[in-house]
Design a protein around this ligand. Sequence first.
Ligand code: UD2
Ligand code: MN
Length: 560
Amino acid sequence: MMLPRKIRRILVFLSLSCTLLIIVSLLKPDTDSIHSISSKELKAFRLKRYLKSLNRQVKGPGENGEAVHITKDEQIQHDIEIKKEGFNVVASRKISLDRRIPDRRDKLCRHEKYNINEYPAASVVIIYFNEEWTAILRTVHSVVNRSPPQLLHEVLLVDDSSTRPELFEPLQNYLRKTFPDNIVRIVRTPERSGLIRAKIFGAEQARGEVLIFLDAHCEASEGWIEPLMKRIHEKESAVLCPMIDVISSSTLAYYGGGSGSIGGFTWSMHFTWESVPEFELKRRKTRIDPIRSPTMAGGLLAISRKFFFHIGAYDPGMDIWGGENLEMSFRVWQCGGSLEFIPCSRVGHIFRDTHPYGFPSKTYDYHGINSRRVAEVWMDEYKRFFYAKRKDLLHKQFGDVSKRIELRKKLNCHPFSWFLKNVYPQKFILDENVKFYGKIRNPSTNFCLDSLNGNPRKGYNLGVYYCQDSFNQIFTLTETSQLRTEENCAILRNTKDENIVYMEPCTSTLVGGDKFKIDGQQLVHIPTKLCMDVSGLKMGSIIKLANCDDSLSQNWEFIK
Ligand code: UD2
Ligand code: MN
């Protein structure tokens, strides 16, 4: 049956205009169409992209978080790069920027209910200085792909004045093409500021209600953002850390990291991972409840933007790298907030052995001097332990901290003793309620007990060395009779018929190690009734226990 001529004409016209429309829309860059659409359409675009990314099936090296193998030819390039970058960039360049990673969450997390439309949205602030660009981009993609658009206000790249050419035009162009809705933008610091001031700079530019800071070599995993936003919605003064999964620096394999760890610190102001104490395990109702942690590693955290500025952002007097994580941890707890690890939120991080970037000065101790600022402002009389370990820093300039002290007063913050008592009661205080704290010297040799720079994480043999003014020679005999240092407890170890005193890592229960007692001038191992003895020892030898007698080699002076 023939259609009437008029209708045929209309059909031809319609099909021609349709074709024309398609051609025009194909020729027209995506960006224009995105820029001219309403916010409702923009939301729909983002939602569509998010849903699509959840079902993305990409195949290739490193997929599903698997280890990447490199060829013999690539190995040469790898050997050059690894020294510079601190991780396998050759592998990183082979992996899709959109790779899928395994879901390492506790099963309970999948049954959690999230009312995402009620929660605030975040600016994810990623700071970097001269980082590998595939790592930066994989961080960005993982965030955009795995954050429901309702919760992601923007991704803010904060370039701390990098000099690598690919981080300018090429990066801009890539972002414009890949994220036409401008969900990702770059801001640049006016000069190299160091990561602490770069974070403040980023926070000032960010517009989301919540700030989430990430290092530039991370991968956010499925469901990472919902539990963070849920908790901040419940409690604005909660500062939150995702669980940090390990991305191997050599193969880029994505491993599930520790889940049963919280953050602590040593008196030399280094961050440590510790097991969750009994009281915290009891306090929580389920395995996936937030875990209160005394400190954080530093790089990955979520905080309400308002609360961030209320509580003093970061200390702008800190330079380049180090110390800001403990500073913020102490400040948050002491000034009325809380620091919590969120088990259902998991983000991978490439832990590197070296920094891929240089430091402005090779001799300046950035971590040490930043830490001195922390000690001066926040630690009250407990800074004595920091200085006992770092005497060298006492003569170093550390800038003006008066503004930070003022802030502490203005916010009416608790003293450090409150923090130790209420937040970190498992931290061993070397000289409080103890039987003895000080040096242990054998007068006939002028040898002192000495930890001989042993590795506290692994444990080491206790030794002797000429007495000197060193923290390696400071020991505590506790109320419960353990002979210990900050991290290690003395035990008897029999090897080859020798009774050696070994300093094993103490458990976080505060009771570890064998019992010892001071008996007149002797130091006795209670279980065996043997005495510390220096006979036949040279400087740097390891100490032995021997049958107690009245020889001078078993005489000890306990110097407080
Ligand atoms: C850890 C933290 C890091 C920071 C640091 C102490 C984690 C996973 N990482 O060390 O975030 O708290 O301890 O300060 O908890 N950067 C700049 N400008 C600089 C130097 C560095 O923007 O001048 C960037 C760098 O490119 C990176 C980020 O800061 O994206 C963190 O540096 P890092 O990865 O070298 O620190 P990391 O992980 O060893
Ligand atoms: Mn890092």
